[in-house]
Design a protein around this ligand. Structure first.
Ligand SMILES: [Zn+2]
Length: 65
């Protein structure tokens, strides 16, 4: 019986350090109003990381560009 390589591995999330994790994914964060999407890169960004400029929300990566 062959074991699927990813069956027991945690799903690899995107390279987004500001968004969801294994406890609460991006969608859960959005539904719970705990995060918003970055205007530029569209990643989900937790509110504690969220930067606001001109009424748009950005992740720390995009606000510095
Ligand atoms: Zn961004």
């Amino acid at each position: 019986m062959s074991r699927l390589p990813n069956s027991n591995d945690a799903p690899k999330l995107t390279d987004n350090p500001y968004g969801g994790d294994e406890l609460m994914d991006d969608i859960a964060l959005l539904l719970n109003d705990m995060a918003k999407r970055c205007t530029t890169c569209k990643r989900v960004v937790r509110k504690k990381y969220l930067k606001e400029r001109n009424e748009f929300n950005y992740c720390p990566d995009c606000i510095s560009k």
